[in-house]
Structures are given as C-alpha cells and as structure tokens.
Design a binder for this molecule. Structure first.
Ligand code: UDP
Length: 343
C-alpha cells in the first residue's frame, strides 16, 4: 500500500533538513529527494535518530531533478500529496560568475519538478525563495508587494521560478506558497543538525569559525555603507522558525487556500559589526575582525516585514533573539567543527 507523503527536494541541505525535522515532529511522512552534491546524508539520519516513536518517517531518494526519468519514478512509486522545494544552488558570487549553471539547476530543475507534479496530479507546492528577489529595496521594512529587481543571477533564477509558479497555478491549478527568506541562521536545538556549507560564505558560521580558531580573522565586507556603523544590516531568522513556516504554509494549502507569497524575517536589523559582537559575547572568545572591500551586489540594508505571514498563518517565531540564534549555531559548530564529517 502507498503511504501518502510530502516530498521535500533538497531535504538534506541546511534549511531542508530543519524542515524535515519539523515535519517528522508533526508526524508527517516525508520523502526527501536530494542529489547529495551539497546536502548531507547524515542530516537525514540525524533526524531519524531522535528515537521518538510518535514521529513521522523520512526516506531518502538520491537523485537529481534534472533527471526526468528519476523524477517520474519518484512520483509514480510514491503517493505524493505535496512538495516542498528547496533544491537549488545558493551562492550569489558564484551565480554572477556562472549564471548558466544557476539557470540550469535552479530553473530547469523546477520546470521538470512542476511537469512531474502536473503529470502525477500533485497540486500543492511550497517554494523556497529569497530576499534576493527584491534587489536594492525601495522601502525598509520590505513588503511582499514591493518591486522585485534582483541584482544577481541567483535572485533572478528564484524570481523566474516564482513567475512560473504563478502561471502553473493559472493553467493547471497547482497552488503554491512562496517563502522569501531573509538571513537563515542558527541550528536545531537538539544539536543533531546544523549549517554545513562548502564553501561557507555566510556571516554567522564564518564568525564562529574564527572564534574556533579555524580562521584567523573575519573580513567585514564594506564599512562605508549608509548605515549607523557603516556595515551592512541584515534580518537574521532562526532556521527552525523558517522550518515551522513551511509547515504552516503546507497546512494552508491543505485547507485549500489561494496561492500566496510571504516574507520571513524577524523585522529587526543587525549590522555586521553587531553580529560579530554578539558572537564574541556568546562564545566568550576574542574574534579578530578586519575591514575589507564591499562584496559586489550587497544592498546596505535588508529587513523584512513579516506581518503578512504572522497575520494570515499565525506564524510566531520562537527564537527571534539574535543571541539565542547565535547560541544554537555555536552549540552546533563547537560540537561539529568540521560539520557532518565529524559525526
Ligand atoms: N559578510 C561579511 N563578511 C563575510 C561574510 C559576509 O562582512 O565574511 C557580510 C555580507 O556582506 C552581508 C552580511 O555579512 O552584508 C550577511 O551576509 P551573508 O552572506 O551571511 O548573507 P546574505 O545577506 O548575503 O544573504
């Protein structure tokens, strides 16, 4: 007998694995599709190991969304009720250097996925999008209705998918919730799963690696922005609060609600210097910081308004405080200084 399941692409990645944890805690059956190019098999096994019999199950299918036969089989051999789609390349700098790689993976894969959904009669998708769809913001905090004008190919590929989703809804009735994340950070409170990117490009893990002595210093990319201390301001959101938003989005699709777009952030901005100070405080370690040139494509300030998802889906972040976010990240990195290869 088929078991009805939620298919999670990229479920072995950072935000994907935390969402899988959230889903199985909610007693969902989950099928992860991941090519393991960036994801970690251990990020799935760790979820399974939480030892509670009242949680759902997760199964991993290793394969690539560019492989149409693999996708067809995944949808024909399982009873997929809905899809949560994370699988994508995410490095802004790399996307500028190699845009076609990003269009190929992020856009073509999603078109294959939508085609497989249409053919199998699956009509619900939660899509992992990004603040990078906005580009240079016109207002702070940013509203979902603000203009979208990405400043890099990564943001363009996510926006291209958002548009494809709108037309797929119009033509085939595939309903979507698009979640535009601001700065995902932190790690699961169990300590079992966390952030492990290679190469790491994100601020909080890099500052923590400096605290651990794995890097000599943290480079501050630009100190002459039009912000209170001259460094870029971002809205950091705990990865488990993000994960919970995916569950709420799934539930809204199950209730038959219309397709929606929601921002996800805490609505509070922290500068690069403030983040470094919080990591110093949480870790109690000295962290050498040095000024470096601006990183191309970085807007000065990105802060979300998440009022819409709070109001419509009753989303309430549980770990909104930056010190709490950094503490969970610190626990993970301290115990896994080499990421999942320390298992
Ligand atoms: N940043 C930095 N040094 C680093 C990495 C990042 O100063 O080594 C800055 C970056 O310019 C941005 C902020 O930290 O203003 C957050 O960057 P991250 O790559 O974590 O996320 P993004 O905002 O690009 O999604």
């Amino acid at each position: 007998m088929f078991i009805v399941a939620v298919l999670v692409t990229g479920g072995a990645g950072y935000i994907g694995s935390h969402t899988v944890a959230e889903l199985i805690e909610k007693n969902e059956e989950v099928i992860v599709v991941d090519n393991l190019e960036k994801g970690h098999r251990e990020a799935i096994i760790s979820n399974k190991l939480n030892g509670d019999s009242n949680v759902g199950n997760v199964n991993l299918l290793v394969g690539d969304l560019r492989d149409k036969d693999f996708l067809k089989e995944a949808f024909s051999k399982n009873d997929i009720e809905a899809v949560i789609h994370f699988a994508a390349y995410i490095e802004v700098g790399e996307s500028v250097a190699n845009p076609l790689k990003y269009y190929n993976n992020n856009v073509i894969s999603t078109l294959n996925l939508l085609t497989a959904m249409k053919d199998a009669g699956v009509n619900k998708i939660v899509f992992s999008s990004t603040a990078a769809t906005y580009g240079e913001p016109e207002n702070i905090p940013i509203l979902e209705t603000d203009k979208t004008f990405p400043t890099n190919p990564y943001g363009e590929t996510k926006l291209a998918v958002e548009k494809a989703l709108r037309w797929a809804d119009n033509a085939y009735g595939i309903k979507h919730v698009i979640l535009r994340y601001f700065n995902a950070s932190g790690a699961h409170v169990s300590g079992c799963i966390g952030e492990d990117h290679s190469p790491e490009t994100h601020l909080i893990p890099l500052v923590i690696q400096t605290a651990l002595g794995k890097r000599e210093s943290i480079k501050i990319f630009g100190n002459d922005y039009n912000t209170p201390d001259g460094t870029c301001v971002r809205d950091y959101i705990h990865v488990s609060d993000l994960a919970n938003a995916h569950y709420l989005a799934l539930q809204s699709l199950r209730r038959g609600e219309e397709s929606k777009i929601y921002n996800l952030g805490n609505g509070k901005g922290f500068s690069v210097k403030e983040v470094i100070d919080v990591v110093r405080k949480v870790t109690g370690r000295p962290i050498k910081a040095e000024n470096a040139p601006r990183r191309p494509g970085d807007p000065a300030i990105l802060v979300a308004s998440s009022e819409k998802i709070r109001k419509e889906l009753n989303w309430k972040p549980q770990m909104a405080d930056l010190e709490t976010i950094v503490s969970t990240a610190w626990e993970w990195h301290k115990n896994h200084p080499n990421g999942y290869s320390d298992k």
